[in-house]
Design a protein around this ligand. Structure first.
Ligand SMILES: Cc1cc2nc3c(=O)[nH]c(=O)nc-3n(C[C@H](O)[C@H](O)[C@H](O)COP(=O)(O)O)c2cc1C
Length: 343
């Protein structure tokens, strides 16, 4: 077993057994305005959407988690199957392991289980700098993905024992990739959020969408500090809370809201703030381990129901209307939006 494979197993183990969530995504600081004459029938509300040219039954991505070890193969297979049956998008974890060891490709390959889903590949930005484009293209094509998420994770790399601390040249590497590949590239944080400045740079580099990966859910600083034994307590709440990051990332590209979304109301708030798609990772892993595939399917049905209720109570009959619905910002989120001129 090589280092990358070993790290993947450790990550899964820590995520399943320890408290790895930190910060506050600030969704409690968003109020959607209640409408008492909604003029809609709950049953007629359309919660489907389109993202990167594919139709989804709910604006939800099972966000990138794993690949590269036996456990990962089972997890990807199970979650991609749920995505297919429930009409969701699905992202595999970092494909670096399969690029280094092609025999691990099967641990990421879910296309036969999920022939119609929006499927996203994944690679880290520091690995990208050292990889020729054709190897990245082959990795995406090998799993028949529709696009590639490039994860941008300076805080995680900083607190990982074997982390790469050289982020110089990353923007150029991303730009060169975006102009050379035949599929859409998504710039993705993993829990510390995307600022307006970073979003503008990502847009300039040619990404087709931004996953804000905000603060308030799974924390990679925390996970990798649990592995490395480094004390990162002063950086426990470092980053841009997810709700603020959705406002920050409005630069004219589709936005994915990920990081601490835990229910259908969080999803509705994220979309009202300007997200096009919502991403959830850790709860899927934990529910699968605890309750199996039926538990995961019940979780998705619960999300669909809560999300539909939010549309009903705001008088929206579809997602386009939800994106135009009125909301108020309170407390910390209002402060953030005011001081950063995000109105
Ligand atoms: C076990 C696990 C492994 C992950 N691995 C990756 C990865 O390989 N690449 C990536 O871009 N994000 C990875 N993530 C980050 C998630 O895609 C997501 O951005 C983050 O967990 C925040 O969402 P959450 O709060 O719903 O978990 C991982 C998350 C978890 C829980």
């Amino acid at each position: 077993m090589n280092l990358t494979e070993n790290r993947k197993i450790e990550h899964l183990d820590i995520c399943l057994k320890q408290d790895v969530e930190t910060g506050d995504p600030l969704f409690n600081d968003v109020r959607l305005v209640h409408q008492s004459l909604p003029e809609t029938d709950l049953e007629d509300i359309d919660i489907s959407c389109e993202f990167l040219g594919k139709k989804l039954d709910l604006p939800l991505l099972i966000a990138a988690m794993t690949g590269g070890c036996e456990e990962a193969e089972e997890i990807n297979e199970a979650l991609a199957g749920v995505a297919e049956r429930k009409g969701l998008a699905f992202g595999v974890g970092s494909q670096r392991a399969m690029i280094e060891q092609p025999e691990l490709t099967r641990t990421f390959s879910v296309r036969s289980t999920a022939p119609s889903i929006l499927l996203l590949g994944n690679i880290g930005i520091t690995a990208l700098k050292r990889l020729p484009h054709d190897r990245v293209v082959r990795a995406v094509e090998a799993i028949e993905a529709d696009g590639l998420c490039v994860h941008i994770n300076p805080a995680q790399e900083l607190f990982q024992n074997e982390g790469d601390h050289d982020f110089s040249g990353c923007a150029n590497a991303l730009e060169s990739l975006c102009s050379a590949v035949p599929f859409p590239v998504i710039g993705k944080e993993v829990g510390n959020g995307i600022s307006r400045e970073a979003a503008e740079r990502l847009k300039g580099a040619g990404v087709r969408a931004i996953d804000v990966g905000g603060l308030g859910g799974t924390s990679w600083s925390l996970i990798d500090s649990l592995r490395s034994g480094k004390d990162v307590s002063q950086y426990g709440a470092w980053g841009i809370p997810t709700a603020a990051a959705v406002l920050e990332a409005q630069v004219g590209l589709p936005v994915i809201a990920t990081g601490g979304l835990r229910n259908g109301l969080h999803m509705a708030k994220a979309i009202a703030l300007g997200a096009d798609l919502c991403g959830i990772a850790l709860p899927f892993l934990r529910i699968l381990a605890r309750d199996g595939i039926p538990g995961v399917e019940a979780f998705v049905e619960g999300l669909k129901q809560d999300f539909r209720h939010a549309l009903f109570l705001t008088g929206c009959s579809n997602i386009a209307e939800l994106r135009r619905t009125s909301f108020l910002l309170e407390a910390g989120l209002k402060e953030w939006a005011d001081q950063r001129n995000l109105g």
